[in-house]
Write a protein that binds this ligand. Structure first.
Ligand code: UD1
Length: 418
């Protein structure tokens, strides 16, 4: 069984380069590449398991996808496309839904399997649907598939009920080639949205205001393929910062951007971990046991939900009691019972968890059920006596490129075993 084995040891020390954000940014640009007939080149895309799924989705649609380096992909979307994303792939990875907008723009129709719920919540798609309908798309869910078609996409003003990352991305991708102007209000402001908008603009799109709550898109007639460098993975960087909070020590994270991690740095600072920007990344240092703080997750620039499990892992060994509130997903505390198996004192009720810090956790076999929960259990092992085995490693490998290797290069005793 694929697993991580972690033993607590010396404080972390050293420098590590943060990988490209394949999962949260790269996959969206891969889908976006469908908009430009020709060869798009995406760099800084280290392989993670979800990338294999997106490659399979694009190939099923008719694009040619090839590796042209260890972290460089070439996507050729020249030929005619078969606008259908099959069930076996979409159920493996929800981000497959990101092909919906590009397929409608390019082919005027799309058939994409309806993703189900997953380990962190029900994850509806109503905002994607309402936005696309406002742009002239007829859409229904039939036999488990989203069937969508339009004569021509027309720009529209769309107000999102919640700043959904996926809905913002899908509508943005639909709007860049739509006729006329689209305005997305209450848009998600995550840096990955800005990365996607910059990618589209390099292709010839007219996207204004990405990174703010109002995005304006003037539709253009065509987009041209470009070469793009994917942003550094802020979630990986945050994970490594929290690992440093648990294990103590001093780390340099090259390629991480302070402005993407301000709220995390603020909270970690309140806890007693010093985090500062450097010319090429981030520096962090922690001495001794950190102090508890309360955390509430929110859309960017708030404290990201993807950091919450790792933050809980850190808080389990802090001095004092914290209240953690999850405001983005409805069922994201499943991992807490595994931390309790390691001796953590955490009580979860609905959207809240009360974490009472203990001096040390105790190493135990635990099971990961999603990507960030797995990372949380892995770094919890750094603060646990004895050995922790994290089963379900494949969940972590969906989104992280060699997290164990990065921790090891900082001096942690972590192995990834097959
Ligand atoms: C993306 C990220 C994920 C991150 C999340 C929030 C990727 C591959 N995934 O997921 O890592 O945790 O953003 O930052 O980039 N919702 C609706 N209706 C909709 C759309 C969303 O109710 O039409 C709800 C969801 O159920 C969820 C919340 O809105 O409760 C946020 O979802 P969303 O921002 O869309 O997350 P994803 O794009 O799926």
């Amino acid at each position: 069984m694929e697993r991580f084995v972690v033993r607590s040891g010396a404080p972390l020390s050293g420098t590590v380069r943060v990988s490209g954000a394949t999962k949260n940014s790269g996959l969206k640009q891969m889908a976006g590449a469908l908009l430009a007939p020709g060869v798009t080149v995406l760099r800084n895309m280290p392989p993670v398991a979800d990338l294999d799924v997106m490659i399979a989705v694009l190939r099923a649609i008719g694009a040619a996808v090839e590796w042209s380096g260890s972290d460089e992909l070439r996507i050729d979307a020249t030929g005619s496309l078969h606008p259908e994303a099959p069930y076996e792939l979409v159920t493996q990875m929800r981000a497959s839904i990101n092909v919906l907008g590009p397929l409608l723009a390019r082919c005027g129709q799309a058939k994409v399997a309806m993703p189900g719920g997953d380990a962190i919540g029900s994850r509806r798609l109503d905002m994607h649907f309402r936005g696309l309908e406002a742009m002239g798309v007829e859409l229904e869910v039939v036999h488990g598939f989203i069937e969508a078609r339009c004569n021509a996409l027309a720009g529209a003003r769309v107000v999102l009920e919640f700043p959904s990352v996926g809905a913002t991305e899908n509508l943005l991708a639909a709007a860049v080639l739509a006729k006329g102007q689209t305005i997305i209000e209450n848009a998600a402001r995550e840096p990955e949205i800005t990365d996607l908008a910059a990618f589209f603009n390099r292709m010839g799109a007219q996207v204004f205001g990405a990174g703010s709550s109002t995005i304006e898109i003037e539709g253009v007639d065509e987009l041209l393929p470009v070469e793009s460098e994917i942003m550094g993975d802020r979630i990986e960087a945050g994970t490594l910062l929290m690992a440093c909070g648990i294990a103590g020590g001093e780390v340099m994270l090259e390629g991480a951007r302070f402005e993407h991690l301000e709220m995390v740095a603020l909270k970690l600072g309140e806890m007693g971990l010093r985090v500062s920007p450097t010319p090429d990344g981030l520096w962090a240092r922690g001495d001794g046991r950190l102090s508890a703080v309360d955390i509430a997750t929110l859309p960017y620039p708030g404290f990201a939900t993807d950091f919450m499990p790792m933050a809980v892992a850190l808080l389990t060994v802090c001095e004092g009691t914290s209240i953690v509130t999850e405001n983005v997903f409805d069922n994201r505390f499943g991992f807490v019972d595994e931390l309790v198996r390691m001796g953590a004192d955490v009580r979860n009720e609905g959207r809240h968890a009360v974490v009472r810090g203990v001096e040390r956790l105790s190493g135990a076999p635990v099971q990961a059920n999603d990507v960030r929960a797995g990372a949380a259990l892995l770094i919890a092992g750094l603060g646990a006596d004895g050995e922790t085995t994290v089963y379900g490693r494949r969940h972590v490998d969906r989104g992280y490129h060699d997290l164990a290797g990065k921790l090891r290069s900082l001096g942690a005793d972590v192995e990834a075993l097959a």
